[in-house]
Design a binder for this molecule. Structure first.
Ligand code: SD4
Length: 311
């Protein structure tokens, strides 16, 4: 598999189509990634990112986002922020700063206001309903994937070989206010180095963070593994390492791209859909299937989507 963009989950399809149009017109790589992520942030039907995202335990939508430029290694992000319409835009602009690149909570929100960033009430009626019914059913905050969380991660590469990535999420449903997942943590949820490649992760942040998963995939590519082998090696090593120390490991899925545009993916879930912006500028949804520890990447048929509940 080879292409110019790769992204987590089927929800990224329209965004990747838009990003690929930008790249096809020789547009800016960062803009292509930011616009792709914004498509997901702005769509209230995608319940785990941006507008309409999953509320925390006090009923507020609190977001994490980050961006990394693989040419400069500039990275930036915002954590546990409320009311920012497109946190990915702010993360991308922070990645160009040399200090104060990662901002959290109130400080990040004040910075956003000072930069004239668009603010919005992100709690939609549907998100509110979801929150209220969780109170009735007494749900706890330690649920698994599809119980309520997903991150949109987008990796892109232009024709000159520059690579960058962006991620955005509302994190775990009913998380503690101020909780930060892996997504805006450099090396855990995302990493990009144009000389080697880029990787990003989605799943239970507390478990992903225990091994700096994204960095370890890029480091494995750097030491000579193919992008697919690097994804599988890093994820399997991480799972074995965690498995020795705890009974339950949360869901974890990764995507990656090497410097030549080859794409890899791996998961500890049964099925993990992801989107590719192909070499011919078409876009396809693919699925990584974990069959007893063996990774199979295939194109899903119609039947696959019957009963599929995730974004
Ligand atoms: C987090 N990793 O906040 C994110 C959520 C996610 O699939 O990606 N879920 O922990």
């Amino acid at each position: 598999m080879k292409g110019y963009m790769v992204a987590t989950w089927k929800m990224a399809l329209e965004g990747i189509q838009e990003g690929m149009q930008i790249l096809n017109g020789n547009g800016n790589l960062h803009r292509a990634i930011v616009e792709a992520v914004k498509r997901v942030e702005d769509n209230e039907n995608f319940v785990s990112v941006g507008y309409g995202g999953l509320p925390n335990r006090e009923g507020y939508v609190e977001l994490d986002a980050a961006f990394m430029d693989g040419d400069t290694l500039g990275a930036g992000g915002v954590m546990a922020v409320q009311g920012i319409k497109n946190p990915i835009e702010l993360a991308c602009s922070l990645s160009r700063c040399s200090r104060n690149c990662f901002l959290a909570g109130k400080g990040a929100e004040e910075y956003a206001l000072s930069q004239g960033v668009e603010m919005q009430n992100l709690l939609t009626p549907n998100a509110m309903r979801r929150y209220e019914s969780s109170l009735k059913s007494n749900l706890k905050g330690d649920m698994d994937a599809y119980d309520g969380h997903d991150t949109v991660c987008v990796i892109g590469r232009n024709q000159s070989g520059s690579i960058a990535c962006g991620v955005s999420t509302s994190g775990l449903f009913l998380k503690h206010p101020g909780r930060v997942g892996d997504s805006p943590i450099i090396g855990s949820g995302f990493y990009a180095n144009s000389i080697i490649g880029s990787a990003a992760a989605t799943g239970v942040g507390e478990d992903i963070m225990k091994g700096c998963l994204a960095y370890s995939i890029v480091a494995s590519m750097g030491s000579g593994l193919s992008v697919q082998d690097a994804c599988e090696h890093a994820l399997n090593y991480h799972i074995v390492m965690l498995g020795k120390r705890r009974d339950k490991i949360g869901s974890m899925s990764v995507i990656a791209m090497d410097r030549n545009g080859n794409i890899g993916a791996a998961t500890n879930m049964k099925k993990f859909p992801f989107v590719i912006g192909n070499e011919d500028y078409t876009c396809s949804v693919m699925v990584a299937c974990n069959k007893d520890g063996k990774m199979i990447i295939e194109k899903p048929d119609e039947q696959f989507w019957v009963g599929y509940k995730g974004d």
